[in-house]
Ligand binder design. Structure first.
Ligand code: MG
Length: 175
């Protein structure tokens, strides 16, 4: 006879369950770099320091994805000591992660994504629709299931002093 816990275990082994992931990232602004957010180049603003293109929005998305599936995090997959990832577009990191995810979970489906960018500048609102379109294309999720929000930190702390910016991402997925 199959017990309730055996059924739950079988479901976990064969997939079909729902996952929630959360990711956070922050980077320091750097005046000699271009700014990349959500896979887009944002003109006329200092960029972010980092090993790759330092797209903190995509890095938060990647860690949310990996976290949902309890896979190694972005720092483990793409160490800043590895010259292979130096200066690469974070779009490529997302594509690499999606490849790994689909290998491990062939029925993987990203259900929705909720991203918050915390920065005093640039203003996110003028770029919001383009960011949603970029994420939709990159992740294969319909636009209406993606939310991008911009917030300031009300002038407080290192974000308030415009030393850098942060991104937070929550998402849900089926496997
Ligand atoms: Mg990062």
């Amino acid at each position: 006879m199959t017990s309730k816990s055996d059924n739950a275990k079988q479901k976990m082994d064969t997939g079909g369950d729902c996952r929630v992931g959360f990711g956070f990232d922050s980077h320091r602004f750097s005046h000699d770099r271009k700014l990349h957010l959500c896979g887009l180049e944002i003109p006329d603003h200092p960029g972010l320091a980092g090993h790759s293109d330092a797209d903190c929005a995509l890095h938060a998305v990647i860690d949310a994805l990996l976290g949902a599936l309890a896979l190694p995090d972005i720092g483990e997959l793409f160490p800043s000591t590895d010259p292979k990832w130096k200066g690469v577009p974070s779009r490529l990191l997302v594509q690499t992660v999606l490849g790994l995810v689909l290998q491990r979970f062939p029925d993987f489906e990203l259900v929705n994504l909720d991203l918050t960018l915390i920065t005093e500048s640039p203003r996110i609102a003028p770029h919001k629709e383009a960011m949603i379109a970029s994420l939709s294309e990159l992740l294969g999720v319909p636009r209406e299931r993606i939310s991008v929000k911009g917030k300031t930190n009300e002038g407080m702390g290192w974000i308030g002093k415009k030393e850098g910016m942060a991104a937070l991402c929550a998402l849900s997925a089926r496997i």
